[in-house]
Design a protein around this ligand. Structure first.
Ligand SMILES: [Fe+2]
Ligand SMILES: [Fe+2]
Length: 293
């Protein structure tokens, strides 16, 4: 192999310097709130607004969704997935919307938008796909925990789905920032920045998208549910769903002893029979994640 010319060697970015610059820049931009956060696309915004209104028309909604063909085909795929147990195949968009109902349409519009726009970082496909699968599994577990407690299942689903949304967003921002600053941070530095700041960046993104304050606060405190000032219970629920999702997808088998000793169970008043019912859904959730991702 040819030796690198000493002049070229001298011009190569110093990875230690690059990592320090990158870290300092991200921290400065987060503190100054000057990070360039993605906007919620037009069709998703309209679906969110229309489904929030009483007596929302499915025909009008289908008309809006059809403007985004990728979203329309995703709705069909989701309505036909195992979680919705269709008794006969759903073939038209209107059928799919009718089957889902307005609450689920809101969830799915966000799910599809996040998958297409945010869990999409060129050059990092495998990593963001795994992140999306983790988020979806957490959404399904959260929803189930909320159902048993008679809490709002739609919000619970979104708390799980969006708890780590700061991760792909920060990853894309870091890719862009390295180009802009002409520096190269090490893979460890990039991972450490994402781990340190994803809860805050995710929460700010959701506030920027005008999602309910409960979801933004839950995302901010999903690694420290005891610190949540107003919505501690949803933060606890999301922390449990987060760990269950890791256990389901990463080890392919849930460590039941660890789950039964999870620190959130007491504060959530979750009894053994409820936990059994939750764990009984794991195969269905794994299949749903596979079908949707
Ligand atoms: Fe997280
Ligand atoms: Fe997570």
């Amino acid at each position: 192999m040819n030796a690198v010319h000493p002049e070229l060697e001298a011009r190569r970015p110093d990875p230690a310097l690059g990592s320090a610059t990158l870290e300092a820049q991200v921290e400065r931009r987060i503190a100054a709130r000057t990070l360039d956060l993605p906007v919620l696309p037009e069709v998703a915004t309209q679906v969110m607004n229309m489904t929030a209104e009483e007596g929302c028309s499915m025909v009008a909604l289908a008309g809006v969704i059809r403007r985004d063909p990728a979203m329309a085909s995703h709705f069909l795929r989701i309505a036909n997935s195992p979680a919705y147990r269709p008794t006969s195949p759903v073939v038209t968009l209107q059928q799919a919307l009718g089957r889902l109902g307005t609450g689920q349409i809101r969830q799915m519009a966000l799910l599809i938008t996040c998958k297409a726009r945010l869990f999409a970082v060129p050059g990092h496909e495998r990593e963001v796909r795994a992140l999306f699968q983790h988020s979806l599994a957490a959404a399904l577990f959260s929803q189930e925990i909320a159902r048993a407690r008679r809490w709002n299942v739609e919000e619970a689903f979104l708390c799980g789905l969006l708890h780590d949304i700061g991760r792909p967003v920060l990853l894309q921002l870091l890719v862009d920032l390295q180009k802009e600053l002409r520096v190269k941070g090490s893979a460890d530095t990039v991972a450490a920045i994402i781990t340190a700041h994803h809860a805050r960046v995710g929460s700010e993104l959701l506030t920027h998208w005008a999602l309910p304050a409960q979801i933004a606060e839950t995302v901010l405190f999903h690694h420290d549910p005891g610190g949540a000032p107003t919505f501690r219970k949803t933060a606890l629920m999301t922390a449990l769903a987060d760990d269950l999702a890791h256990a389901l997808l990463e080890s392919k088998q849930i460590d039941e002893a660890a789950v039964r000793a999870h620190p959130t169970l007491g504060p959530l008043n979750m009894y053994a029979d409820e936990l059994d019912a939750l764990l009984a859904k794991r195969e269905l959730f794994a299949k749903t994640v596979e079908a949707i991702s």
